[in-house]
Design a protein around this ligand. Structure first.
Ligand code: BES
Ligand code: MN
Ligand code: ZN
Length: 511
């Protein structure tokens, strides 16, 4: 998408559509949409004044620009989309993103390729500029990789039209520069989220661990990152037995993927990202019930977030070095599967009794985290669709956050607020440690059923990170949703975590 900041007012822009963001209780004079309103003979002010359009969050209405006798256009734009932001004092970057997601959907329905708008006013206009671009692009996201009948007859089957150019109006030159930078960042971030979604949405027969490694390698090549992956022979040689244990019941062997970004000049710090890459989680011998099992193709959403973030990092070029690590495996029942009670010796040297083969995410992660710790990163972040318990606790609105370092936890939470990928902290008191005691090995991988499930998952991982500043995000609830939102279609991956990571790296201050 082409993005431009221009000083010329909205009603003179050569765009097919105009998007006007409106606050509840919006003043009716002296607004950036005044020129458009005048051209429309006071229609917008009229709708607001009469209450026929109430700018509550994500409300939209499409206005047609009337033609005068002699067919003179009152505005260059044929359509004006009004979108509600709700109360000004409650607006956040997340609200702006969602509102523009709703606007993006309308523009797609209208099959228009260009739009003009302005950044909603507020103390965080830079963040709003980023968010509005993200909203427009992600609101128009869909996934057609496996559709072969696009060109068939009927309106439904027509080729979709997406926005190709966006003009943002700003007359103050200093602000215009800031907005331009923020919008370019939004574009990169939205494309990184879309990359992650495209990976998430591929089913497990197409996206096996090998295919995930291939996708990472292709992305790295195109983005100018280095990429390396280990196969099952390498994993055996390295002693990554927990990853091997999870993958041993499947015809599709595991892979260990590392993608690296190095800044030009000396890196100010190193951040390692680890993403759970279970391409399908049947539960293994501790088989899951059949209901909704197809959703377990999304169990590689942590991996998708990490690879999507790496794709964004390659373009945003932060001054810190960033590694993305993905332990990828398929968790299947079979004659060679791990069985409840089996004990494995992990890469770290610790032994784990696998009382539940469905707690496989923490097994692939424990080897990856132990390996990451050896690289002595300044910060270590993992993202994983780790527990159903986290979905019970927080629903689909925030990821569960756990960790061992207050400063890092604070920064990750702030990045979540700023980017709209929200997180919420869960406690990690030592009192929970007994839940992971095993009779036979150093650790039990599962803990008792229905007791602090999300925390137990975090506690298990904590045993492998030592003193390295580390944060674990349980994204089981946020990786995909149970309902449509303006920026995330139901039944599709959300790309959650990509923007949080990119925001975190943007704000990262080496200590
Ligand atoms: N991938 C699942 C967690 C999950 C469940 C993610 C639902 C998204 C939606 C994970 O591997 C798992 O099965 N966890 C178990 C852990 C338990 C056996 C300790 C769970 O949550 O039941
Ligand atoms: Mn599982
Ligand atoms: Zn899983």
């Amino acid at each position: 998408m082409l993005i431009e900041v221009r000083a010329v007012p909205l009603h003179r822009q050569p765009a097919e559509t105009i998007v006007i963001p409106l606050f509840e209780g919006e003043a009716l004079t002296g607004r950036p949409w005044q020129g458009v309103d005048q051209a429309l003979r006071g229609l917008i002010a009229g709708l607001l004044k009469s209450g026929e359009f109430k700018p509550s969050v994500n409300a939209t209405i499409v206005l047609h620009t009337p033609r005068t006798p002699g067919d003179r256009k009152l505005l260059p734009s044929e359509r004006v989309v009004l979108v509600g932001l709700g109360k000004a004092e409650k607006v956040t970057p997340r609200t702006v993103c969602e509102a523009y997601g709703a606007a993006g959907k309308k523009i797609r329905e209208l099959k228009r390729r260009s739009a003009a708008t302005y950044v909603p006013e507020g103390s965080r206009s830079g963040d709003y500029a980023t968010a509005l671009v993200e909203g427009l692009i992600l609101g128009q996201y869909d996934f057609r990789r496996y559709k072969t009948e696009e060109k068939a007859d009927g309106p439904e089957a027509e080729e979709p039209v997406n926005l190709e150019s966006l003009i943002v109006v700003e007359s103050d030159a200093r602000k215009a520069t800031q907005i331009d930078r923020a919008m370019k960042r939004g574009l990169i971030r939205a494309e990184a989220v879309a990359f992650a979604r495209d990976l998430q949405n591929r089913p497990s027969n197409d996206l096996t661990p090998q295919a995930l490694a291939a996708a990472a390698a292709t992305m790295a090549q195109e983005a100018g990152l280095s990429c390396e992956f280990w196969d099952e022979t390498d994993l055996a040689r390295w002693g990554m037995n927990a990853i091997l244990a999870v993958g041993q019941g499947s015809a599709n062997p595991p892979r260990f993927i590392t993608v690296k970004y190095e800044p030009r000049g000396k890196a100010t710090a190193t951040v390692i990202l680890v993403g759970k890459g279970i391409t399908f989680d049947s539960g293994g011998i501790s088989l899951k019930p059949g209901q909704g099992l197809e959703e377990m193709k999304f169990d590689m959403s942590g991996a998708a977030a990490v690879l999507g973030a790496m794709y964004g990092v390659a373009q945003l070029k932060p001054s810190v070095a960033v590694w993305g690590i993905v332990p990828a495996a398929e968790n299947m029942p079979g004659g060679s599967s791990i069985k409840p009670g089996d004990i494995v010796k992990c890469y770290s040297g610790k032994t784990v009794e696998i009382t539940n083969t469905d707690a496989e995410g923490r097994l692939v992660l424990c080897d990856a985290l132990a390996y990451a710790v050896e690289q002595k990163p300044d910060a270590l972040l993992d993202l994983a669709t780790l527990t159903g318990a986290c979905v019970v606790a927080l629903g689909h609105k925030a990821a569960g956050m756990m960790g061992n370092n207050e400063a890092l936890l604070t920064n990750v939470q702030a990045a979540g607020e700023r980017s709209g990928d929200r997180v919420w902290p869960l406690p990690m008191w030592e009192d929970y440690d007994d839940l992971l005691k095993s009779h036979f090995a150093d650790l039990d991988n599962a803990g008792p059923p229905r007791v602090a499930g999300a925390i137990v998952g975090g506690k298990f991982l904590e045993a492998f990170v030592g003193d390295t500043p580390w944060v674990h995000l349980d994204i089981a609830g946020t990786a995909w949703g149970d309902s449509d939102t303006p920026t995330t279609p139901k039944n599709l991956g959300s790309g959650y975590g990509v923007r949080l990571i990119l925001q975190f790296l943007q704000d990262f201050k080496p200590s």
